[in-house]
Design a protein around this ligand. Sequence first.
Ligand code: G3I
Ligand code: 9MR
Ligand code: ZN
Length: 536
Amino acid sequence: MSTVRQIKVNQLGYPVRASKVAVFTNKYQTFEVIDQVTDQVVYRGGLSEAIADQASGETVYLGDFSELTKVGQYQIKASNDRSATFVIDESAYQVARQGILKAFYFYRCGMELTEEFAGDWAHQACHLEKSIVFDSQDLKFDGTGGWHDAGDYGKYTVAGAKAVADLLLAYELKPDAFKQEIPIPETDGITPDILHECRFELDWLLKMQELGSGGVYHKLTTLEFPGLDVMPEDDLEPQYFTPISATATGTFAAIMAMAARVYQPFDQKFSTVCLERAEKAWQWLLNNPDVPGFKNPLEITTGEYGDKDDRDERYWAAAELYRTTGKENYHQFVKQLAQESFSKNEFGWADMGGYGTIAYLLNGEGASDRALYQQLKEGLIKEAEQLVDVCSADGYLISLKNEDYIWGSNMELMNRGMTLLFAHHLTGKKEFEDCALDHVHYLFGRNTLDMSYVTGFGDRPVMEPHHRPSVADGVDAPVPGLVSGGPNAGIQDEYAAEHLQGRAPAKSFADHEDSYATNEVTIYWNSPALFVLAHF
Ligand code: G3I
Ligand code: 9MR
Ligand code: ZN
């Protein structure tokens, strides 16, 4: 691995009219921006005062070259040091955005990824057998399709619902960002490819519902994780539908209600099915008001996605059902659940209240209870204002505090980008948009490790993700477009325990295939990144 440079930039680049800042870890007198084509100095600037950056433990200096608005390819030079080469361009992120969307195709389960669409990363169809219902072992159903969750091959309902929600919201807010096709087999020039890709997951999610009760199985996995060097088609252990949970059923109701709305112009029949299934799941929630949180059965050691609080998932479901159907009874539930004390602004796989809030706000003030609309809107804006405050004191201009460098900190990072962009959508205030863009700069290299956390993008990207196909396929380069979990001060895997002890939070990362707590990849770390990039 090449050494960390002293000058950190977004390795992709900066949009023409955006603020452009590089972060320096040396106190240089001046810095220069060099045009890579002519080798001429096109900008000369000085550095800011010293900033003590908490998360990295470093003293850093900012160099602002926002005045430079000429499209081109550049490098920053200070003394004898140089940054990565980057562009100034209106479509600086277009290729990465396409790659991050295409990554979902690479996560597909149950179909062959052909060379035509997968190139070097082609592989056979996987996980084709029927799966066993854990609670009644003589029952077997089809659970094929959908996306693998992550570096493992499990498929988990709440995780899938978060990922699809981010993608459908990206499409609802920024449809123009998805006009360009990505190479996937379903491209037809009518339905946008992002909807084809989500359909692949939604069709699988429909298989997770137990049709008798409307309840939804929490997950579908083998009993244990397969070895790290096992290709998906070689993972032949039996898979199990694990027990129904309220969080899975809530997120299912929400995502199906959302899909019913988004797919309606493209496929009326599918839209109708989604809504019927959403209402069936809602019925299960009504019949089961008080259920314990999901726990892995003793024999099962794959991801748990445990979450004791299902009020936020019920709130999200009610809000989507209200937005899609306009039925007053759902509105009553939204109003009732909104009074509960869970967070209304989170976009995680466990805390999903933000999705309910956004569904209610995007439905428009006209269809809302005035007071509740104001309350939710103000709550979200306040959250975004607090993020902006944290950024302005941070050496790398992001909103993560020391305690936020947890497993999947890059999801936190991009979820906050979502919060900021929703606040921008509701207020038109530029400061929220600028702050969201600063989070993008961190993801693509303007961070203490000078690391692009997206495989295949940037000049110093993650190369060794904890991702079974990337480990096992014999191809040097990892599958492209995957967002890595990022720094995690929790030291929760053996590799991290051995190598990362005592490091500053933002440096607690290892680009090593064994470090699943820092360098795994998942669909729901890709999805908020895609939402944010759709804006820029
Ligand atoms: O919320 C607490 C926070 O309050 C506390 O300060 C912090 C200290 O470490 O921990 C926070 O909780 C962490 C939680 O993630 C936050 O979402 C837990 O420590 C951490 O163990 C937990 O990690 C989860 C991990 O599974 C282990 O359960 C990740 O969120 C989750 O993304 C990850 O998901 C796995 C699946 O199980 C299996 N498939 C791969 C996938 C990605 O690694
Ligand atoms: O590969 C697994 C990864 O997908 C999970 O996120 C992680 C935490 O549940 O666990 C990984 O599997 C490891 C297991 O937990 C412990 N032994 C090593 C496994 C990785 O090779
Ligand atoms: Zn599979």
